[in-house]
Design a protein. Sequence first.
Length: 107
Amino acid sequence: MNSLAQRNKIPVIDRLDIWEHINRSYLDTDFEKDEKLESIKLLCENGISKSDLNQIQRKVVKTMFLNFLVWEWTYLGLFDYLNWTFLTEKKYWWAMEIGLRNYNTNY
């Protein structure tokens, strides 16, 4: 059976969820050192340098830790950050720019 995307020749692109990897350190889960390094490598391959990662995490740490009661252990993404922060237009577009760094319009 053909999917709607296939029938209408809509490209389906599987991109890395950048915010999932940025927020991994705020999960109620311990990751092995090699898993952490792989996550950093994936972020670097998708437009987020180690320096960028440190700056972003310093900027979101208060928001993410204020919501520790969620006890999430599998996934925290862009929606979680936007939902938990004191959202402004500036923060929204800052977060979206980060999340779309690996978006390519040349498909």
